[in-house]
Design a protein around this ligand. Structure first.
Ligand code: NDP
Length: 282
């Protein structure tokens, strides 16, 4: 049976480390503040926003909540971002996605000042990641790197296969694995012989958005399997992109859902908030 990679425990450890850092910063008179903007009242988004506020409270990061009505115009949102960009007492700005259809997400992401882009979605942050310069990194893939490192899993020289190429998970994941000297393959819906490609992996990251699609046929014996997916099954229970029971019998280590990648995303958002203070001080 595979070793479980415990994202809950690792994220708790990171949050405790950050709590100490933030306390030390406070002792020197430096505060950290995150502004979280939600447009509309999508229930899943409300849960995510609530969890982010809770994490801020635990670590000692100040949080400003902007809960805007569904009918907020794109211009009103851009004006708010502009105001927050200019405020010295706001270090990070996060706009909860998805936004209502009448608002252009790309325009909104690009409006956030790159030094406050704690989600790591701004084109400048993505570009810096691509050319190997320091900057904010999308939280979910950054969290996966921490999961691997803190579990003692070597990335350098390993065959890494990422299934999925979205801008927030698949692509930055591939770039980060490459930065860690992995040999990286990115696969997607047009990939031929996906099972064969996936079976090359020493480290397989499933970010495909399809419940339990990844069965043991996709996994080389002894591989490490990271499951990014989050879905509710027919019994309203959470499951991932990986068929956990089936895959756990062939792989060497695996992240569960829930309790794997999910908690790491918020921990890394908190880390980015703390880092933003350093970036702004420069
Ligand atoms: P997207 O839907 O944006 O991307 C899915 C990717 O998977 C696409 O690149 C798509 O390929 C590829 N894909 C879809 N079907 C197949 C298939 N049959 N075979 C091979 N590739 C396929 O999803 P996200 O990247 O945003 O998210 C992925 C999953 O991770 C979701 O379940 C999401 O809920 C979860 N998630 C979890 C987070 C967490 O904190 N744990 C954070 C973010 C996401 P193509 O590009 O060709 O269409």
């Amino acid at each position: 049976m595979a070793r479980m990679i415990d994202g809950k425990a690792i994220s708790a450890q990171i949050k405790d480390e950050l709590k100490e850092k933030v306390a030390a910063m406070k002792a020197e008179g430096v505060e950290v503040t995150l502004a979280v903007i939600q447009v509309g009242s999508d229930p899943a988004s409300s849960v995510y926003v609530g969890n982010k506020k809770k994490a801020c409270g635990y670590i000692g990061i100040g949080s400003l909540a902007y809960e805007l009505p569904e009918e907020t115009s794109e211009q009103e949102l851009l004006d708010l971002i502009e105001e927050l960009n200019g405020r010295k007492d706001v270090n990070g700005i996060l706009v909860q996605l998805p936004l209502p259809k009448h608002i252009d997400e790309d325009k909104v992401i690009a409006a956030i000042h790159p030094d406050k882009d704690v989600d790591g979605f701004h084109p400048q942050s993505v570009g810096k990641l691509c050319i190997g310069q320091p900057g904010f990194v999308s939280c979910t893939p950054a969290g996966i790197i921490q999961l691997l490192k803190r579990s003692g899993i070597e990335i350098a020289g390993k065959e890494c296969v990422v299934i999925g190429r979205s801008n927030i998970v698949g692509k930055p994941m591939a770039l980060l694995l490459l930065r860690e000297n992995g040999t990286v393959t990115v696969s997607h819906s047009k990939t031929e012989n996906l099972k064969e490609v996936a079976r090359r992996a020493d480290i397989l990251v499933a970010a495909v958005g399809r419940p339990k699609m990844i069965t043991r046929d996709y996994v080389k014996e002894g591989a490490v399997v990271i499951d990014v997916g989050i879905h509710r099954n027919e019994n309203n229970k959470l499951c991932g992109d990986v068929d956990f029971e089936d895959v756990a019998s062939v792989c060497s280590a695996i992240t569960p859902v829930p309790g794997g990648v999910g908690p790491m995303t918020i921990a890394m958002l908190m880390n980015n908030c703390v880092e933003s203070v350093k970036l702004q001080a420069k």
